[in-house]
Design a protein around this ligand. Sequence first.
Ligand SMILES: Cc1cc2nc3c(=O)[nH]c(=O)nc-3n(C[C@H](O)[C@H](O)[C@H](O)COP(=O)(O)O)c2cc1C
Length: 175
Amino acid sequence: MSAAHKILVVYYSRSGTTQRIAELLASELGADIEAIREPGEHAARRGARGYVRSLLDALRHRDVRVMPPIHDLSAYDAVVVGTPVWASHASAPAVAWLKAQHAHIRHLALFCTLGGRGSQPALDQMAKAVGKTPLAVCAVTAHDLRRRIDGTKRQGFGQKIRHRLAKLRQTEWIE
Ligand SMILES: Cc1cc2nc3c(=O)[nH]c(=O)nc-3n(C[C@H](O)[C@H](O)[C@H](O)COP(=O)(O)O)c2cc1C
């Protein structure tokens, strides 16, 4: 039997939804997990002012500062990155993190959480920041959460990641 793939789930979350999905996903995948963190006053995204700042950061494609990861990304077969959707963009901290870490990511999977609109441009923006085609993508809307179908989506996403990694490993053995 082959050794299990090492997967790291990384997420940015302003109000807890993406964090919750990331934690469930990590537990289902047997993956390690870490949050994208902003230093000092940059972390102030709470309340109405924080909302507006987040909106402007996303719309203006601002390069925000983020802390380096705690885990060694090069030790993982795949890094799964999650973000909330902000104005049909990925959150500015998630984009900044992906741009800074792209060289250390072997295989990538992406997910986002959102009210209901703008998942595709947000996921495209994240893939572009890394310069890689993701193994799998997943968008979890508020409607999915209300209807409790987020679990089905998450599990399909997790299975696709595992399946694609297994196929890639086979190819690597053959070559
Ligand atoms: C600044 C800002 C902009 C947002 N823009 C969108 C949007 O364009 N489309 C959408 O469906 N939801 C939008 N939302 C809602 C969030 O994407 C959604 O609530 C998400 O699940 C929050 O994740 P979090 O709790 O991990 O921060 C926005 C939220 C914020 C704070």
